[in-house]
Design a protein around this ligand. Sequence first.
Ligand SMILES: [Zn+2]
Length: 191
Amino acid sequence: MKYCENCHIAADSPRCPLCGGKKLREIKEDDYCFLTEMRAMEGEMLADVLRGNGIECVTMPSGSGLNTAMALPLENSRLYVPWRSLEQAKAYLREAADTETEKWRQYLLENADKLHISPKLEKKVIKKSKGACGESVTEFFQNLIVSSDRIKDGGMRRAGDDFELFCYANGDIVAIDGKTLEIVDFSLKKR
Ligand SMILES: [Zn+2]
């Protein structure tokens, strides 16, 4: 396995898959490798959990200048772990993702009666799905929630405590306002 010092990632090819650089060297056990990027607060929490599980972890801020200029708390953290712990850390991330998915699935299904959509967006769904959505668009999205293999908190949409939940199911994606349960956006695979 090779290592790109520029991007801090492991690469099993002669070129770095991120920067395309060719100056890769053999990876060492202690080399810090990129694990994931997430909102700063969650990143710090995850880093703490990893450390608690005996995985060394460093975080680096990666906010955009625009967010800083607008004083928005949207700065992200990048997490890095030593190469020897990368697989273990990834397994932990997968486990955490599954837990989050089940938590949100339960929340959405418990509140399924509140699921709603604007008439304008509903028309778009009917058109895009070529009728695959059946008679009830909200029921179609309920089924999508049930079959989602990943549901995650997409973070703040506007100032305030709004958040959107993204459900991913076999190439279909739907974004739902986490508070009002309005279906706010969608992307469907070709039918
Ligand atoms: Zn690179």
